[in-house]
Design a protein around this ligand. Structure first.
Ligand SMILES: Cc1cc2nc3c(=O)[nH]c(=O)nc-3n(C[C@H](O)[C@H](O)[C@H](O)COP(=O)(O)OP(=O)(O)OC[C@H]3O[C@@H](n4cnc5c(N)ncnc54)[C@H](O)[C@@H]3O)c2cc1C
Length: 471
């Protein structure tokens, strides 16, 4: 991926960054804060979504991000080989033999496990059967502009996003006076042969109602460039000895602004899977299956969550660009909900890995809890407890998990709260603060918001129900 690609990283990525030990370094690096989004979607009036005051994300370019993360890795003891490019990899009797080339010649690295984290390039992944979504193709055209005096203060820390008839555009700030503008187009819909990329970008930005005009008075600081942004997924994300992490395994629509977070979480779990297999070979099969299921679920869920956006854009713009995307996302969403994939969860609050219950269900459960004088919680009629893989520290272990008719695939931890213990506390205490205090005293200290989220999830998943007398 080109170093000049600017990315928005949402505040929710802070959890995985903290887990990786990289949060302090990112906060100290002086990256441009990401405070929210300014969205014009499907011809709706502009709306601003501001992140909560106590949680900021980042705007940065990938080269800067990579530099910081590599330093964190090196400080943690990772041997970083700069200046080498992996050219080929072949499987041997004991693992892998990876041939690398660099300015100082070539070298071969032997290893029992390989995590391919080489992004879309996918040094090994591309030979492992990646499935490309052929119903849509997306090309990103990118260029940076500088505005003397800077963009208006009100939203200068915001990402701008706008849909238009033949694509969507966004703008990521890298400083008060520097912004990266991108359009996502489909080569099959947009005439690009023989055209200059800067001209195409200008032409597309002129099709937007607002975003293009936000460049008024700004000067380009470099040439426009393009990169592929079409979607793909792996048929299998892990097998003994090999894990495909981040974009090497799958690519989700940049509309989500979750690509970096997804890659960080996936890399983190890949490390845990390899570590487990190395110290506990009996857990290898369960661990790679866990990783594979989790990556499949993540990809499907992202497709599912993008479906309503594409649908509203299709209704509003009525062009094949959007109609095709809405159709493809809906198809993928159908697969997601029918797949019955095991649910991965994690005790370290990596929300990406936690409950993938629809947020609206959890919120509705929360509203109901708040409306009650006494909780009156009882065990869900279909609650069952079974043994399944989960993450404990830096290992995958077999542990007790909770499932129900509504959530058959099972989960255990939400926001670091152990649901198994929570249901006991909730059943024994009719006042939520008392249940929270009892949980804190007998299990571990968790915040009230985290306890409430876990409690709401337990009701939404059907692990808890209300007794008949509860008012
Ligand atoms: C136009 C566009 C906009 C995006 N905007 C956002 C956004 O706003 N927010 C967001 O979160 N995500 C965004 N994404 C997605 C995000 O960039 C990726 O999901 C994320 O960077 C994936 O990280 P990765 O480490 O898996 O892969 P990459 O970031 O692609 O990193 C792969 C690394 O592997 C190296 N590499 C490749 N081949 C080799 C080789 N042969 N040998 C050695 N090293 C190799 C590369 O040099 C690179 O350092 C966007 C993507 C696109 C295309």
């Amino acid at each position: 991926m080109s170093g000049s690609l600017a990315v928005s990283i949402p505040p929710s990525a802070r959890r995985v960054l903290e887990e990786l030990g990289a949060l302090d370094s990112l906060d100290a690096a002086g990256l441009y804060p990401n405070l929210g989004n300014s969205v014009i979607w499907a011809n709706e009036p502009p709306r601003s979504e501001m992140f909560s005051n106590d949680s900021k994300g980042y705007h940065t370019d990938l080269a800067t991000l990579e530099h910081i993360l590599l330093e964190v890795a090196a400080q943690a003891g990772v041997i970083v080989q700069h200046g080498y490019s992996a050219r080929s990899a072949k499987q041997t009797k004991t693992g892998w033999s990876v041939r690398c080339e660099g300015e100082e010649g070539s070298r071969v690295i032997e290893s029992s496990w390989v995590i391919d984290a080489s992004g879309r390039h996918g040094v090994i992944a591309r030979n492992e059967g990646r499935k490309v979504d052929r119903s849509t193709t997306t090309l990103a055209i990118i260029r940076r502009w500088r505005l003397e005096g800077g963009w208006p203060e009100a939203d200068r820390h915001f990402t701008y996003i706008e849909s238009y008839d033949t694509g969507w555009a966004w703008s990521v700030p890298l400083g008060d006076d520097l912004r990266c503008y991108t359009v996502m187009i489909d080569q099959r819909e947009t005439e690009i042969a023989g055209c200059d990329l800067s001209d195409i970008l200008d032409r597309e930005l002129h099709r937007t109602a607002h975003l293009g005009r936000s460049r008024n008075g700004a000067q380009p600081v470099d040439e426009a460039w393009a990169c592929p942004a079409s979607l793909y997924q792996a048929t299998r994300y892990a097998r003994p000895g090999l894990i495909l992490a981040g974009d090497a395994g799958s690519f989700i629509d940049p509309l989500s602004s979750f690509g970096v977070k997804k890659a960080l979480s996936s890399g983190w779990l890949a490390g845990i899977v390899a570590n487990t297999a190395l110290i506990d070979p009996d857990m290898t099969e369960a661990s790679v299956n866990f990783f594979d299921s989790r990556e499949k679920l993540v990809y499907s869920r992202y497709r599912e969550s993008s479906a309503p956006f594409f649908q509203s854009a299709a209704q509003s713009h009525g062009t094949s660009y959007w109609i095709e995307r809405a159709r493809a996302a809906k198809k993928a969403a159908g697969v997601a909900s029918d797949s019955g994939l095991p649910q991965a969860d994690i005790r370290h609050q990596l929300d990406l890995l936690e409950s993938n219950l629809p947020e609206t269900d959890v919120r509705a459960a929360f509203d109901k809890i708040r409306a009650k004088d006494r909780l009156g919680a009882v065990r869900g009629a279909t609650l069952r407890i079974f043994e399944g893989p989960g993450v404990a520290g830096h290992r995958i272990v077999m542990e007790k998990r909770l499932a129900s008719a509504h959530w058959p695939s099972g989960m255990r931890y939400i926001r670091g709260v152990d649901l198994l213990q929570l249901i006991e506390a909730a059943i024994s205490h009719d006042q939520v603060p008392e249940g929270w205090a009892a949980y804190n005293a007998s299990v571990s200290a968790v915040t009230l918001p985290d306890y409430l989220t876990a409690l709401s999830t337990a009701f939404a998943a059907g692990f808890l129900e209300y007794d008949m007398e509860a008012g």
